[in-house]
Design a protein around this ligand. Structure first.
Ligand SMILES: [Fe+2]
Ligand SMILES: [Fe+2]
Length: 164
């Protein structure tokens, strides 16, 4: 049984974002599966690395959309992404330094909350904005300029820059 089953409550109604979120769910499930089936520490590390890498890509892509669609809450949402990535990197370090299955499982369970809270609050609000501004036309155009300067908390931004 996967740790996270993708059901309707997870869907926010913008395909591009839902697809990315599904990929994050898949990577968390993969990590969980490997853990409960006794995967080696090096393969667990690779799976966690893949999750961090994809989370970076997803959040940076979403940051571009926030900026390019003139979302009024863009700066706050961007800062939240940096906080989330900072938290993910912290969990990655804790996971790497832990060999107790119960602790490792607890960290992986935190990943579910890590993803669910943000997608169901901030991402859902952003999806509503996208839908009310013709999300399909915006996303189909795929004409996003490079990420603009967005205000972020300096420490979070520095940590994220070093990893992403
Ligand atoms: Fe987001
Ligand atoms: Fe997202």
């Amino acid at each position: 049984m996967p740790l996270i089953v993708w059901t309707n409550p997870w869907t926010i109604g913008v395909k591009l974002l839902d697809n990315d979120h599904k990929m994050l769910v898949l990577l968390i499930n993969q990590l969980h599966d490997e853990l409960v089936t006794g995967g080696s520490k090096s393969s667990l590390k690779s799976s966690f690395d893949a999750l961090v890498k994809f989370a970076c890509v997803h959040h940076r892509n979403e940051d571009r959309l926030l900026a390019e669609t003139a979302y009024p809450g863009a700066a706050a949402h961007h800062q939240e992404h940096d906080r989330l990535l900072g938290h993910l990197i912290e969990l990655q370090a804790r996971f790497a330094n832990n060999t107790q299955l119960a602790d490792e499982l607890e960290i992986v369970h935190q990943l579910r909350e890590w993803l669910f809270k943000h997608t169901q609050s901030s991402d859902r609000e952003f999806a509503a904005h996208l839908k009310s501004h013709g999300a399909n036309a915006i996303l189909a155009a795929h004409k996003f300029s490079p990420i603009s300067e967005v205000h972020a908390h300096e420490d979070d931004a520095r940590i994220v820059q070093e990893v992403c």
